[in-house]
Design a protein around this ligand. Sequence first.
Ligand code: 13P
Length: 252
Amino acid sequence: MRKQIAAANWKMNCTLQQAEELLTKLSTATVNTTENKISIIGVPAPYLLLAKDKLKNKANFYIAAQNCYTKKSGAFTGEISAEMLHSMQITHVIIGHSERREYFNESNTTLAEKVNIALEYALTPIFCCGEALEIREANNQNSFVENQLKESLFHLSVEQILQVVIAYEPIWAIGTGKTASNEQAQEMHQHIRNVLANKYGKEIAEQISILYGGSVKGSNAADLFAQNDVDGGLVGGASLNAEEFTTIINAL
Ligand code: 13P
């Protein structure tokens, strides 16, 4: 059975004091998680160890970094390596978020390297894909997302692809309050699963979690997560509020 996941992406938000408060609230929240219904909290790099410590007694909670560099170590000022994350016992890393693709020029090829090094250090990549508004308006979203998957993931072996979580985040729905409809989300998630099935076989594709991201809130999470191929969400704004994010976790 594939995992159902409520993942938070705090992005570049929260002071240390705000992070402490939010993590404390999450650590005492009443959540219905299980081994197959998990939550992953993607915090800014300076708060990774704090988050790990605050949530250490919270079953089925994991901590994610929001990025890692392509190289193992060396003279790359300001970057964070997969090896460092592994040495901190961080388990997940978000790779290829549309904001990193746009503001930091991350290409599909660079992202393939990031996925490789994350896997080398036993980190689960949460690989983001998704189209901009112009692409959706031209009805080219399916081939666009397929190409993102092909160029960044399809060199992976079966064993490796089974370690990856995919997050479909249509750029036009991120931070806009404009969520994809349940039908639009299901249609794309089914397409992604078909693309994975064509490459790796149906049985493998059925085991890969595909999360939806883009204006997920407490009020729409349950309907989105009820779609056959939507295995949870990657949540930005609404994950900064502990009560709202708890509602989202419990919608799994
Ligand atoms: P919002 O939930 O704020 O739309 O952000 C989605 C996102 O980018 C999560 O990675």
